[in-house]
Design a protein around this ligand. Structure first.
Ligand SMILES: [Zn+2]
Length: 415
């Protein structure tokens, strides 16, 4: 029976969805509530094999590609149509939680199982995806599987990336048994949805059931090198110094203020500061740090970058130092597809859920996929905004609400 109106939508099985999360979390357990499944380790293999078993039990066929990305297919009535896809990643941080990535894969699987239970066929096929090495802990960079799939990394580069323990990506992908020959052309996609825990405090603070993500903010990294002059801490008067560390400290204060002046969506951070000398009795002559700048709007992001650069130059001069500022890395903001965003919004409304439209602060696989096919993301709240931490927690109710939104959006697109 084809589905014709929102009234006819089935409801997902929240108990099954929760039980799947708990079973997956038993692979690579850390402390009471955490998980450690670094990409292409034996824990990752076990997670993949479990996911594959669930997919096969649900009647899906599995394919995989050169990057070890896994694609589970549920046929449609018209298999010439491209698939409506959803998914995320099963790898975790070393002290990761049970929901980051996992929820996006398991809710997509739950959508298929719900349709199976309700004996609903879709016109277009459905696809559930597990992207390889999203976290970038064992192999850098992160989002590796989706970046390769989107053509942002070539075959040779992918194969030769070395893990932190010195192993080739290609060998490790072979070893887990999920390095296949499927290409992008073999896996035509009509749209991609990614459900993810928010990993921030906004939804919880405003009491919204779900977040509809219309964009992923862009990122720019600036390398800053501050040069002053080494000096004796006892003999050099305070007035005559060219203290690079003091100048860098003043820059950090001013950089944060610069970010704050651009409004609540701006992020300016310095997470690493190195000095050439490291002694309590030496005035520092050389300091280096990296500025991490983020904003969802490309023009504002670029303006922020220019202002940060200017701040470093001015503060350095005021301290008798010089600052060299260079661009290291940039990711432009991603705007998600308006029809996919709209589909999620309509689904949330039809379920009478409260939602908030928001940008994503973190990068996600969906940002890579968005360069290929219409894409959007859905956030669910997580307790205290905590993520990349064994204390990460999303409630069964929020998971179920998000999964029902995903179900309706996918079904609408596939019917
Ligand atoms: Zn994630």
């Amino acid at each position: 029976m084809p589905v014709r109106s929102f009234d006819e939508f089935p409801t997902i099985n929240a108990d099954r969805l929760w039980a799947r999360h708990m079973e997956m979390a038993e692979i690579g357990p850390v402390e009471e509530t955490g998980s450690c499944r670094l990409a292409l380790t034996k824990e990752d293999k076990a997670a993949r094999d479990l996911f594959a078993r669930w997919c096969r039990d649900a009647g899906m066929q599995l394919r995989s590609d050169r990057a070890g990305n896994m694609f589970a297919l549920r046929p449609g009535r018209d298999d010439r149509r491209p698939a409506v896809a959803a998914g995320s990643h099963l790898d975790t941080q070393p002290h990761g939680g049970r929901f980051d990535g996992v929820s996006g894969v398991l809710t997509a699987l739950e959508v298929v199982e719900t349709l199976n239970d309700a004996e609903i066929e879709t016109e277009a096929p459905l696809m559930v995806i597990n992207w390889t090495n999203e976290e970038g802990v064992r192999f850098a960079p992160g989002l590796l599987g989706s970046a390769w799939f989107a053509g942002r990394i070539d075959n040779e580069t992918l194969d030769e990336i070395l893990s932190t323990d010195g192993r080739r990506f290609a060998d490790e992908a072979d070893a887990v048994g999920w390095r296949g020959a499927a290409s992008r052309d073999d896996l035509p996609m009509d749209a991609f949805f990614e459900l993810h825990i928010e990993q921030g405090p906004v939804l919880e603070a405003c009491g919204a059931d779900v977040g509809i993500v219309a964009s992923v903010q862009g990122l720019r990294w600036l390398d800053v090198q501050v040069t002053g002059s080494d000096a004796h801490a006892g003999t050099t008067p305070l007035d005559g110094r060219r203290d690079a560390l003091l100048a860098a400290a003043a820059m950090l204060v001013e950089l944060s203020a610069t970010g704050r002046r651009e409004g609540p969506d701006a992020r300016v951070s310095v997470g690493r500061l190195k000095t050439a000398t490291d002694g309590p009795s030496t005035v520092v002559g050389q300091a280096e740090f990296v500025i991490d700048i983020r904003h969802p709007n490309a023009a504002i992001l670029n303006r922020l970058r220019d202002r940060c650069r200017q701040v470093c130059k001015e503060v350095a001069q005021a301290h008798g130092c010089a600052a060299r500022v260079s661009d290291r890395f940039a990711v432009p903001p991603t705007q998600f597809d308006s029809t996919c965003v709209e589909a999620l919004e309509q689904a949330a409304k039809s379920l009478q859920l409260s939602y908030r439209k928001m940008p994503s602060g973190a990068l996600h696989d969906a940002a890579n996929v968005a360069s290929l096919v219409p894409t959007a993301m859905l956030f669910i709240p997580c307790r205290d905004g905590i993520s990349h931490n064994v204390a990460e927690y999303a409630s069964n109710e929020h998971l179920a609400a998000g999964c029902n939104v995903l179900l309706r959006a996918m079904l609408e697109r596939a019917t």
